[in-house]
Design a protein around this ligand. Sequence first.
Ligand code: NAD
Length: 356
Amino acid sequence: MNFNIAVIPGDGIGPEVVDESIKVLSKIGEKYNHNFEFEFLQAGGCAIDSLGTPLPDKTLEVCKKSDAVLLGAVGGPKWDDPNAKVRPEQALLGLRGGLNLYCNLRPALLYKALKEASPLKDTIIGDGIDICVVRELTGGIYFGERGREVVDGVVSAYDTERYNIKEIERIVRIGFDTAMKRNKKLTSVDKANILESSRLWRSVVEEMSKDYPEVEVNHLYIDNASMQLVKDPRQFDVIVTSNMFGDILSDEASMITGSIGMLPSASLGEGTLGMYEPIHGSAPDIAGKGIANPLATILSTAMMLRYSFNLEDEAKDIENAVVKVLEEGYRTGDIKSEGTTLVGTKEMGDLVVERI
Ligand code: NAD
């Protein structure tokens, strides 16, 4: 089969980790007889430098026409001036909005071989953590009406959490569908004891649960959910939640796995087009040194194969190769522990390729 992939290496370690992922995809193409065409595009700080805009029109146009987008990371101290009119992060919002990617899937998986990287105790981790956070990405308080005004001589500011029922239904459905592909347990997180938008959210989950009788559903308030994640993370399979709660919970979930360089993500919309990227940033402190961990980006390509191309065997092949490399004791600096072998970005990419 033929697939067109728009590739946005971005800034900092972005190009380094993307290179390794392309090696992995090319190997999958060879092994399974697929043809992956890569078109390289600019976005982020490098696009500001060369074209004066973080998201050039051409980049968005090509992404819209492609089958999937692979993104490294954008940003860095060079473009960090908070007063700047153009900032690299605008590229991310522009891509999510422009491609209508309203769902963010973030698996937080603690590999057995990396158990010691987790800040949690062995008794809590047990035989592993495997959670998938499904976060709404284009609605809620991050996109609601906001402003500042002077009331009775006092400056005040406000932001609005607003969801319509269609926005809730489409994300909750992805939550249920994801649970069906995993361990059939869905936790919906809200603040329904206080927020009206959460009460609407909860009623949608309740109503939709009738379509998924096999899925065990429970509801947690956001404050309780953030406690439960560190107290007993093994109770979770899939978590579905709003934009802001998901922003916070997905970072917490990734933190308990202990290694930011390991975690992939997918942003999805209505069709099969998705954007795949590691959850980490451009890591300017280690850029250009050849030591970045490419596994988060490599695992993002596995998600691309699964969710955009429906190639489950190929996706598993990549994930199994990563597990093998870890079990054989190879580590980049960020996940290094005693008795393991230190490798650089390119070697890590090669090790994965060899095991596919
Ligand atoms: P970061 O994720 O880039 O780095 C945090 C720490 O983790 C650093 O010490 C870094 O060296 C380390 N790290 C991150 N990824 C690693 C990897 N693959 N291998 C080894 N170590 C790794 O977060 P930050 O420092 O807060 O942000 C740096 C820049 O990235 C900022 O400009 C920020 O805006 C941007 N950023 C971009 C994205 C994105 O493109 N999606 C996401 C987050 C941050």
